[in-house]
Design a protein around this ligand. Structure first.
Ligand code: HEC
Ligand code: HEC
Length: 292
């Protein structure tokens, strides 16, 4: 009797382990195919100017469009995450130093990386948020490229980007945005130029980086990261709907809300919004309050 139970348990366990191995093998092969997919993309032509106004604008955008969050303050690349199960997530050194971009990295290579999330070998880049950057105007994209190609070179060899078993599984189910090239609109043209003024239209243009976490309608909801913090509603129906422009500015510059909540920069990246000007935040607030 006891032997029989043991045998049945053994068989059941064996079957479960077998199914798990098969499922993982399937996920692994599927992810390797997605990673090695070729994207034949001709980058949209762009006029890049290297005058001081464009460079200054580029420097601001590199902060407000979060490049420094992932590539480091000196743009020399960082380790974003390291864990035996998930993997080692590293960004690239995007300066011209040792370990950085090759000398012949062209403007088209820049556009392909930023607007499409694809490298010069036509393979998808890991984690590069092309779905957001593809929403930029030509002027802003050009300013970013101008500034990045002129920053002081940093000598830093990037470590290898690796995926652990959990990294493969979460990416397979879209729980990690590993390959933004897959959900970027590759047909899109540069956005229509927007006036940099205190208007809801400019606020909407600035809100693309908020959508990743606060959702397309900016009403928040469950975190995009498994087990992450619940994301707040930041439209007229959420707390920011009740705040004055000045209170909104203070919250996004200091990380402390009028209700006295201290926002954790690891959850709500006010370290990025800290670099927004008061006018930009007012425009953003106008837009958020216009969402009913
Ligand atoms: C969410 C993190 C993240 C943000 C934000 C981000 N990057 Fe990246 N970027 C990466 C990672 C990771 C890689 C390396 C991808 C790889 O190895 O496949 C990368 C690669 C690149 C590359 C190398 C392309 C190539 O062909 O090798 C360039 C250029 C680049 N990023 C520029 C930028 C600029 C400019 C910005 C801001 C406008 C930016 N990135 C914002 C994560 C990010
Ligand atoms: C990486 C994800 C992420 C991004 C990107 C992000 N947020 Fe948040 N935000 C959060 C989370 C999570 C919370 C809730 C934090 C908490 O409850 O402590 C939050 C809270 C807030 C709050 C406080 C709301 C309240 O009720 O107190 C404001 C305001 C806010 N975000 C504005 C923005 C704006 C504006 C942007 C874009 C410029 C933005 N966030 C981008 C994740 C994000």
């Amino acid at each position: 009797m006891f032997k029989k139970i043991l045998r049945i348990t053994g068989i059941t366990l064996g079957v479960i382990v077998g199914i798990a191995i098969l499922a993982y093998a399937f996920i692994y092969v599927d992810m390797r195919l997605r990673i090695s997919k070729t994207y034949d993309i001709n980058a949209e032509p762009i006029q890049v100017k290297y005058d001081s106004a464009s460079l200054a604008m580029g420097q601001r955008l590199v902060n407000t469009r979060a490049c420094v969050e992932c590539h480091g303050k000196d743009l020399g690349g960082t380790v974003l995450y390291e864990d035996a199960l998930l993997g080692t997530f590293v960004s690239r050194n995007i300066t011209k130093g040792r370990g950085g971009l090759p000398d012949d990295f062209t403007v088209s290579d820049w556009v392909r990386a930023l607007k499409h999330g694809v490298n010069r070998n036509r393979k998808p880049l890991f984690l590069m948020p092309s779905h957001e950057l593809s929403q930029l105007t030509e002027t802003d994209m050009a300013a970013i490229i101008a500034y990045c190609s002129q920053v002081p070179p940093v000598d830093r060899e990037p470590r290898e980007f690796t995926l652990g078993p959990l990294g493969y599984v979460l990416s397979e189910f879209g729980l990690i945005p590993l390959l933004p090239a897959e959900f970027t609109d590759h047909q899109i043209h540069f956005a229509k130029e927007v006036k940099r003024e205190i208007s809801a239209a400019y606020g909407q243009y600035l809100s693309t980086i908020c959508i990743n976490c606060h959702g397309p309608n900016l009403k928040g909801g469950e975190s995009p990261v498994p087990g992450g913090k619940y994301v707040a509603d930041i439209t007229s129906t959420g707390n920011p709907g009740k705040w004055s422009h000045q209170e909104f500015i203070t919250a996004l510059h200091t990380g402390v809300t009028p209700e006295g909540k201290h926002l954790n920069p690891a959850e709500m990246p006010w370290t990025i919004t800290k670099s927004f000007t008061e006018d930009e935040l007012t425009a953003l607030h106008l837009y958020l309050k216009s969402i009913k």
